[in-house]
Write a protein that binds this ligand. Structure first.
Ligand code: ZN
Ligand code: ZN
Length: 894
């Protein structure tokens, strides 16, 4: 078998993924022995399109899942999608609008059929996109939150919680989206700060004819529902007003002036109108003072029958008309500009209206306390750990959850009402008769459940719960949840609460919170900024392996992921580097036996044993980093080993023994194959495609009993049982590499091409010896491209030298080398660095910048400043050397 000249990522991706699926490698079997590693995917919305957040999340999950699978765990990674109630309903409604239709004229059943059709067409789009990334999910276990089994779990949980008196019905002030025409939970409301608006000052005449009290409001239209005016009891200005009544302008209702300590004396005039049915603060105030609650809006936020002449107007129309009418009546004192915060529907951006409404609620306090306790005890651990505080904070201040939605797409609430006697029945099955009056006219509640109610059961319901399935018994609780911080409350907290309530177990042992993905400039990616990068485009351009590897490299815990095309290009170059190394190895195996006979470690050369030892260290570091979810560290270690130690160093060093033939050639060949094999296994979870493509070609040379046919089920690499290198040898090889690097940097100091051969001197000091240097002399000559290497004094007349802890190294400059020109060049470079360093320092000292810039930008500037400082030190030392040489040369000439 031969490797083509270049790696064709697209063809490899298609071929291998299908093959792995066909061979059932990702299929979990609860009957198989072994420790369990189970993960449920955060189900993307069926409406979804792959974005970089998904790509990051899925890449990291796949890295750990593939690793565990190769390590012999009984592994399950379960995929699926969420029906995403409101999001999907909105998407289909948009489609209908294009055809001039709407759901109300269609009717519920026809509309729901239409959503199912839509789901058939688009529902698999996102899952196919995850497959393109190489996600090694058990695709035979794909679940959907509206599947029969999952719906059964939802019904059971609702009925049980109702019977436990945790689910109840209540009339409360809730968030209402007039566009979606449904209640929303607090989490589904986005808050926009500092929206420009006005403050209207309106005179409410006192009924006793002694004047008026002026109130200030940001929403004059809600005055139609006012049932009081409130002032602070300590406000001297209004003490005499308390207890009096006013005549509500335009409406005529007589309402009291009340005193309440919650009133802010500084806001407006210090007197406030009270609208209990349309403001959360007023709602509480109203409860304290037994005020009437008058709703003035219908479901679409148009004025209802309680609004008299304004009936039928929208919020905006009513506001305009009311302000105009107040002005005519001489009751509008003034209008001031005023910024305030508003809440909008997170799905459609419509301003949310607080509405008095009867809804289903879930009592959270006791469940939240159990979830807090479980994390405090360490049953579940967050990574990074600081997210635990966010989790505690929210749960400690939790309100009851409004779980009913006035939508059609979702799990319909299993509550029924007897039409004759109004008796309420909550049951898993539709009752045929009313237990109270035996009536048979029974209707089901029209509402559906908040979409997060079913997602909250995901780790249980997808494994078959409440049935006692083999999957549930084997794979629950799951090992890991890997998700974004934005759904810690929506989802993670609720899974914790439901899991504990129904199974007495936490649903997952570890929670890894993925960092946020930002663009090259550190900005959050949003459609409106137009800076969204499509992972599918990236995969087309760089290959899935490069996309996965880059995301892993950038996923440092607690830091945002800053993306740039350079990084993806670098990862593609990495794949190509491995490819070329593989081609080199294959070329040098021509005529070699299959499998290659094993060579005894003691018979190998120093360089051979060194690379084996370096690989051992890399295996430990990579698997250790994955264990603690430091994906970026694991990726970096892999990269450094493969690129530098293996490709740059060892491949160079192997050329000589490969040419030598005989035992030395056999040794080098065996080491190349052995290292390549284990390196590819280590790389596979990160870059599944290029690793498999190469591994198939080297596989015939491997001598392993029961060797796996493909990488996904191959054994994870293990370090050698004993270190192939003694401590002294390890030190010697480190010296060899340090000397090589020092000589390379001296060469670049002279402005020479890296390929230029040099005459070099190494003078070993304490911690080394001439004998030791002799031991690796030939390696250094190869790696540092040395023509003549002397071991001795570096004090030559034409030498530029460098100082290491254990030796001095030097190279000879050519006869006609102009130190003065080199010095000037370097000086210019140094000036440039100094200038930038000063600029960065100034920015760090600039208070305005430091308070305004986001933490990442600040960190970046600080880091760059440190880099420049280090660069300046190196250049200064080099310049000193050149100056000294230039001076000496002048002396010699004189
Ligand atoms: Zn909405
Ligand atoms: Zn009845």
């Amino acid at each position: 078998m031969e490797l083509p000249k270049t790696f064709d990522s697209k063809s490899a991706e298609e071929r291998w993924f299908q093959k792995w699926i066909d061979l059932g490698y990702f299929k979990a079997d609860p009957a198989r022995p072994g420790k369990v590693f189970s993960v449920v995917i955060p189900p993307p919305n069926v409406t979804g399109q792959l974005h970089l957040g998904h790509a990051l999340n899925v890449s990291l999950q796949d890295i750990i899942v593939r690793t565990r699978r190769m390590q012999g765990y009984n592994t399950l990674w379960l995929p699926g999608t969420d029906h995403a109630g409101i999001a999907t309903q909105n998407a289909v409604e948009k489609d209908l609008a294009k055809e001039g239709k709407d759901r109300h004229t269609m009717g519920r059943d026809a509309f729901v059929d239409r959503v199912w059709e839509w789901r058939e067409t688009y529902g698999n789009r996102i899952l196919n996109q995850l497959r393109r990334l190489g996600a090694s999910c058990d695709w035979s276990r794909e679940r959907f939150t509206l599947d029969a089994g999952l719906s059964q779990a939802v019904t059971k949980v609702f009925v049980d919680l109702y019977n436990r008196k945790l689910i109840y019905r209540a009339k409360r002030l809730i968030n209402w989206c007039p566009r979606c025409e449904t209640a929303l939970s607090d989490l589904e409301v986005d808050h926009k700060e500092a929206v420009p608006g006005s403050l209207w000052y309106i005179r409410y005449p006192l009924t006793d004819g002694t004047g008026a009290i002026t109130i200030a409001t940001t929403r004059p239209e809600t005055m139609l529902g006012d049932t009081a005016v409130a002032v602070n009891p300590d406000d001297e200005r209004y003490k005499s007003y308390v207890g009096k009544t006013v005549r509500l302008p335009l409406v005529g209702r007589e309402i009291p002036i009340i005193a309440d300590a919650a009133i802010d004396r500084e806001f407006g005039t210090g007197a406030l109108k009270v609208t209990p049915a349309h403001d959360p603060v007023d709602f509480e105030l109203g409860k304290r003072h037994n005020l009437e609650q008058i709703s003035i809006f219908d479901g679409t936020a148009h004025i209802n029958q309680n609004g008299g002449a304004y009936r039928g107007m929208s919020r905006e129309e009513a506001r305009q008309q009311i302000v105009k009418d107040l002005e005519v009546a001489g009751l509008l004192e003034k209008i001031e500009p005023h910024t305030h915060a508003i809440g909008v529907c997170s799905r459609c951006d419509t301003v949310v209206e607080p509405m008095l409404s009867e809804q289903w609620f879930l009592s959270m306090r006791a469940m939240a306390d159990r979830a807090i306790e479980a994390v405090r005890k360490g049953d579940t651990t967050f990574h990074p750990k600081r997210w635990e505080n966010v989790f505690f904070n929210w749960l400690e201040n939790i309100h009851d959850w409004c779980i009913s939605r006035q939508l059609w797409w979702g799990h319909r609430i299993p509550a029924y009402r007897c039409v004759r006697c109004d008796h309420l029945i909550v049951a898993a099955e539709r009752p045929s008769r009313c237990p109270e009056c035996d009536g048979s006219d029974i209707v089901q509640d029209d509402d559906v459940l908040d979409t997060w109610f079913s997602s909250g059961l995901w780790p249980m319901s997808t494994l078959g719960w409440p049935e006692e399935t083999a999957d549930f018994a084997r794979y629950y609780p799951t090992s890991l949840l890997l998700t974004g911080f934005d759904i810690i409350f929506f989802w993670v907290a609720r899974m914790m609460m439901f899991g504990l309530e129904f199974t007495d177990k936490v649903p997952f042992k570890d929670v890894y919170i993925t960092p946020l993905v930002r663009d090259e400039l550190g900005k959050k990616m949003t459609k409106s900024k137009g800076n969204v990068v499509d992972p599918l485009d990236l995969m087309n351009q760089y290959g899935a392996d490069a996309v996965r590897f880059t995301l892993a490299q950038l996923a440092a815990q607690g830091r945002d992921v800053i993306l740039s095309h350079d990084r993806f290009a670098a990862s593609r170059a990495f794949a190509n580097k491995i490819w070329n190394a593989a081609r080199f190895v294959m070329m040098n195996l021509e005529g070699a036996p299959q499998p290659l006979p094993k060579v005894e470690i003691v018979k190998l050369g120093l360089a051979e044993r060194w690379i084996l030892s370096r690989l051992d260290a890399t295996i430990r570091e990579v698997s250790g980093s994955i264990d603690v979810f430091e994906f970026n560290v694991a990726a970096m270690k892999l990269y450094d080993f493969i690129w530098h130690e293996f490709c740059d160093w060892y491949i160079e060093l192997s050329k000589e023994p490969l040419k030598a033939g005989g035992e030395r050639q056999a040794g080098a060949r065996w080491v190349l194959i052995n290292v390549f094999d284990r390196m590819l296994r280590l790389l596979h979870p990160f870059m599944p495609f290029v690793s498999e493509e190469i591994w198939q070609v080297i596989r015939p040379y491997l001598d392993e009993p029961n060797l796996a046919p493909h990488l996904p089920i191959a054994k994870y690499p293990e370090p050698s049982a004993t270190n192939p290198l003694s401590a002294a040898e390890e030190l010697a090889m480190n010296h060899c590499i340090e000397a090589t690097e020092a000589i390379n940097s001296l060469r670049s100091l002279l402005g020479w091409h890296p390929g230029q051969r040099v005459t070099a001197v190494i003078n070993p000091g304490s911690g080394s010896s001439a004998q030791e240097v002799e031991g690796w002399r030939s390696y250094a000559m190869t790696l540092a491209r040395i023509e003549i290497l002397t071991i001795g004094s570096t004090d030559g007349e034409r030498a530029v030298s460098g100082h290491l802890l254990w030796a001095d190294v030097a190279i000879d400059a050519p006869e006609n080398f102009d130190f003065e020109v080199a010095r000037q060049k370097l000086e210019k470079q140094l000036d440039e660095v100094k200038k930038h360093e000063a600029q960065h320092e100034a920015r760090l000292k600039d208070e305005r910048f430091m308070t305004k810039a986001d933490p990442d930008t600040r960190a970046e500037v600080a880091q760059r400043f440190e880099d420049l400082k280090a660069q300046r030190k190196v250049l200064t030392e080099q310049l000193r050397q050149l100056e000294e040489r230039a001076r000496r040369k002048k002396l010699v000439k004189a």
